[in-house]
Design a protein around this ligand. Sequence first.
Ligand code: SF4
Ligand code: SF4
Length: 263
Amino acid sequence: MGKPTIAVYGLTCCAGCQLNVLNCEDELLELARAVDIKSFIMAQTGNTECEIDIAFVEGAVASERNLRQLEDIRGRAGILIALGTGACWGCVQAMINDVPRREVLTEIYGEEVLDNPFYECFEPRPLRDFVKVDFEIVGCPIEQSQFLQAVASLLHGDLPLLPTYALCTECKFKENECLLVERGLLCLGPVTKAGCGARCPTNNLPCEGCRGPVYEANFASEVDILLEKGYTLDRIRQAMSHFGGPLSDEALHTKKLKEAELP
Ligand code: SF4
Ligand code: SF4
């Protein structure tokens, strides 16, 4: 039997997750020996767009072109892995922007691009909104160790086991002083998926949520705490939408907001 075939693709993103794959310098040769890399534009020439066992797809879907590429990849891949917070949640590409997209486009590129199909785009959305995704590896960018762990598990026929709990758990393991409760800083640890070792709070910086929301995140409770600490709803909404996409209305149905009859 030949080696498992893999491919790495990027949609709308900064390509930082692909770069982090290439930055696995100590393990890269071993990885290249274990798999047959059919397509990885950032890393090699002579790519073949054929049937593959595992496709890693980075970035959000933000245009018809992205969507056609994603559907094509899904059709050829046995397993499709969303790579990074962009592919899993939309990430900074999907950040709330009060200026309409059309206006931003003309401000940057001029009126003439409006009818050019090359510039056609829509609100960036995660892969799972369009195709079946078999597994998600979050992070902006991804953790190299989690990428390697995922590949190792997949090569053994298992789905990877990565943290599914909130970042605060990792922070507590490290016995950090809580920046939110003790110091009133806008830390998104309670609603963010763990896996980075609570890197920012450990270095005295509040978590900005770059790994995206944890499963069943209690946004309402976090919003309540932050309102209590004196943050405005706009500021909270802005912070929460950096990486995890716009906040749903449901997330804002908090007790305190209802009491205050805020929108
Ligand atoms: S500092 Fe942030 S991540 Fe750490 S326990 Fe407090 S809220 Fe959670
Ligand atoms: S602490 Fe938060 S912002 Fe910092 S790397 Fe981890 S998830 Fe990202």
